[in-house]
Design a protein around this ligand. Structure first.
Ligand SMILES: [Zn+2]
Ligand SMILES: [Zn+2]
Length: 271
């Protein structure tokens, strides 16, 4: 462990500080384990809000695969070719999305895929904060210059919420305002909205469905309960994974029908 020195405190994401001695005690009492393989990990020198603070070097070898150009300017899928220009993909040309644009942090593979599964299905909530930081960076990269009015985590149906115990999209964006204030020392021009959009239909799991079946499954799945709030607004939906986009697209359809000006999406991973 590092000796006491000039650096007597460590900074967390919101600028609060925790004395080094507390951190040392915590490390002794609750030694950190890799969330995937369970091996004990050294915490020295690892920034607390990085994937390296959750996964050991061996598991990190699976890597993160960020969405870098070229990608589809509509659905955000990454192109694996040498043509270096972003453009609209064939799927979007054939079936245009209701969403304006989708942007993702990374491809749904490697340690991001493992992390999402541990987070969602094994309630490893400690990783949520790290994912939120990554998502916030991608937000700044693609949405900071756009006139966004409202940010909405994708809602879960009541029954799903009861079963899982938490909404992953909410955990991925609940501190966005604080993160923004911490980065820019001012309030953002947008607001968070957690209750205007609700999911009213208990849908079947989308796995194994083709695009048309997914659309049918999700038909009328969402309801706007605060129409006054969304009228003429530019809305950004937040979700964990975007596959065909049927879920976000159905929510966008409902929002636009009820008067929203434009709906985009920000997701952690793109399959
Ligand atoms: Zn590991
Ligand atoms: Zn596309």
């Amino acid at each position: 462990m590092k000796p006491f020195g000039r650096e007597m405190t460590s900074e967390n994401n919101l600028g609060k500080t925790k004395p080094v001695v507390i951190r040392m005690l915590e490390a002794l009492l609750f030694p950190k384990k890799c969330l995937k393989c369970g091996i004990y990990m050294e915490e020295d020198g690892v920034h607390p809000h990085t994937l390296e603070s959750c996964f050991c070097g061996h598991c990190m070898k699976e890597g993160v695969h960020p969405i870098t150009p070229p990608f589809c300017i509509s659905c955000g899928i990454r192109f694996h070719n040498s043509f270096n220009e972003n453009h609209v993909c064939g799927v979007c040309l054939k079936n245009p999305l209701k969403l304006g644009q989708v942007r993702a942090v990374a491809e749904y593979k490697g340690i991001i895929q493992d992390g999402i599964q541990l987070f969602k299905y094994h309630s490893k909530l400690s990783i949520a904060k790290i994912f939120e930081h990554l998502l916030f960076q991608t937000f700044l990269q693609h949405y900071d210059k756009l006139p966004i009015d409202l940010i909405m985590p994708m809602p879960l149906h009541r029954a799903k919420m009861r079963k899982r115990g938490f909404n992953q999209a909410y955990f991925l964006s609940r501190n966005f305002k604080k993160l923004y204030q911490h980065s820019f020392h001012r309030l953002p021009s947008w607001d968070m909205d957690m209750d205007s959009l609700v999911r009213i239909k208990k849908t079947l799991p989308q796995t194994g469905f083709d695009i048309e079946e997914r659309k049918r499954n999700l038909k009328n799945a969402f309801k706007i309960i605060r129409e006054d709030r969304i009228k003429a607004k530019h809305i950004l939906l937040v979700d964990d994974v975007f596959t065909t986009g049927a879920t976000c697209n159905e929510a966008a359809k409902e929002l636009l029908k009820k008067g929203a000006k434009r709906v985009d999406a920000l997701v952690l991973a793109r399959t």
